[in-house]
Write a protein that binds this ligand. Structure first.
Ligand SMILES: NC(=O)c1ccc[n+]([C@@H]2O[C@H](COP(=O)([O-])OP(=O)(O)OC[C@H]3O[C@@H](n4cnc5c(N)ncnc54)[C@H](O)[C@@H]3O)[C@@H](O)[C@H]2O)c1
Length: 413
């Protein structure tokens, strides 16, 4: 426990986790009284795998009617959500649940549809809507990457052509009612997706572990906050996730057939989500969204390129936490040296995953750094949760160090 904690913890009410648990979902949905659902997925799952057929068989045996929508794609847009809403509305009378099958992209699209299929409104109209809780269709999330943790979070993140960074719609009504973590879905996940999703999980675990404390977090007057700072409970999950990533992330990237590593990363991803899904995130994601806006590279890789430099900026304000992370990652040495080693070890992991370790190699030009800073600072909910006194100056320094690929522990040139 921590004396000053002010915990608000919110997680999916039901979690099914383990190899083969997907077959328990149909009977559970029927038992809970659901009758008609929409399955949101993409063509990999409907055409190149038998997982959609598998799901439909289980659902049908349980007496459920299911409509399939398979036009999801990586990094879904607000336009995709709105066109899917127009296309689907006529077929969905009596719908009482939506099932998302896929990576974070399909889960985010499904979350958005939980709102728009009910109201008929464009999804962008929810971005600044404060009339919460939103009226949303119940969501069941089945992640196939290990990963994003979107199956445990209150937000959907969509690309909006009108914005440089992605837009987010957040409300606890979007948190899935059931999370189904069946590691078997990830067994044949392509190497690139495995690496990018895996570093996303490590980022969630570390970033939520070092984020603003619950008793200092600016949650305003919101009685039902989506995110509200770190606390003892979120840190339990974060620590377990960091240790699992330390053991299995590079191993699963090296050898996707390593089933122990696949299962380990599925657990790590969900535990990380149980941490950040309540505590929230800060500078890594805040700057990464802006990097994605300029480069259009994957979510996991944009986090990866920033993570070491954000950790380096916290050597003073979060030294005790960095010591714990060092221990969880198996680093040995004196407290003074080991604190400096954490960002270096994380950068080695990023390199091992074949992701560029500095912003220049990532495709950002030096003259874009001011734009990057301005875009990153605008994501206020993440900026405000960065636990340093002068946040603007810290962001500036992090971005510059990330561009040069410069860590405090590097030999001076
Ligand atoms: N809402 C949230 O809380 C949250 C959190 C983090 C990330 N995200 C979002 O998640 C997205 C990234 O998700 P992702 O990393 O899971 O990848 P993804 O969902 O974008 O999928 C990438 C590709 O991998 C394929 N794929 C997925 N699982 C597979 C499997 N098991 N086997 C074979 N192919 C598979 C997909 O078909 C797709 O083509 C980003 O858009 C990001 O913004 C959302």
């Amino acid at each position: 426990m921590q004396l000053k904690d002010d915990i608000f913890f919110c997680a999916p009410p039901r979690t099914l986790m383990g190899i083969g648990v997907r077959h328990r979902l149909g009977p559970l949905l029927a038992h809970l009284g659901y009758r008609k659902g929409l399955l949101v997925t993409d063509t990999f799952f409907s055409q190149d795998s038998n997982w959609v057929d598998d799901y439909l068989k289980d659902a049908q045996s349980a007496g459920l009617e299911t409509v399939v929508y398979d036009k999801g794609h990586a990094d879904p847009t607000t336009a995709l959500c709105d066109s899917a809403t127009a296309e689907l509305q006529a077929q969905l009378a009596g719908i009482d649940h939506i099932v998302a099958l896929g990576g974070g992209s399909n889960i985010d699209l499904a979350k958005a549809l939980c709102l728009t299929l009910k109201s008929g409104r464009p999804i962008s109209s929810y971005v600044h809507d404060t009339a919460k809780p939103f009226d949303a269709i119940d969501l069941i999330a089945i992640p196939t990457t290990a990963g994003t943790g979107s199956e445990a979070t209150p937000g959907t993140i969509l690309v909006d052509a009108a914005n440089a960074t992605k837009v987010a719609v957040m409300d606890n009504s979007l948190r899935p009612k059931i999370a189904v973590i069946d590691p078997e879905y990830t067994f044949y996940c392509p190497k690139r997706v495995t690496g990018d999703a895996g570093i996303d999980a490590l980022t969630h675990a570390i970033e939520s572990f070092i984020t603003e404390d619950s008793f200092l977090f600016a949650r305003g007057t919101d009685p039902d906050p989506g995110y509200s700072g770190r606390h003892h409970l979120s840190k339990i999950y974060a620590k377990e996730a960091i240790a699992l990533c330390g053991r299995y992330l590079e191993a699963v990237y090296e050898d996707g057939a390593n089933q122990e590593a696949r299962v380990g990363m599925a657990y790590a991803s969900y535990y990380a989500a149980l941490s950040y899904g309540s505590s929230g995130l800060n500078a890594v994601h805040g700057i990464a969204y802006a990097v994605a806006g300029l480069t259009h590279k994957s979510h996991g890789s944009t986090n990866a390129v920033m993570l070491p430099y954000v950790l380096d900026a916290l050597i003073e304000t979060r030294s005790d936490d960095l010591l714990q992370i060092a221990e969880l990652l198996g680093l040995r040495g004196t407290p003074e040296t080991v604190v400096l080693e954490v960002s270096k070890r994380v950068r080695d992991i990023v390199r091992h995953l074949d992701i560029p370790t500095n912003l220049a190699d990532f495709g950002i030009h030096f003259d874009q750094l001011d734009t990057l800073l301005a875009d990153a600072v605008q994501v206020r909910r993440l900026f405000d949760a960065f636990p340093v006194a002068d946040k603007h100056q810290a962001y500036q320094k992090i971005i510059l160090n990330a561009w040069h690929g410069r860590l405090a522990s590097d030999p001076k040139k």
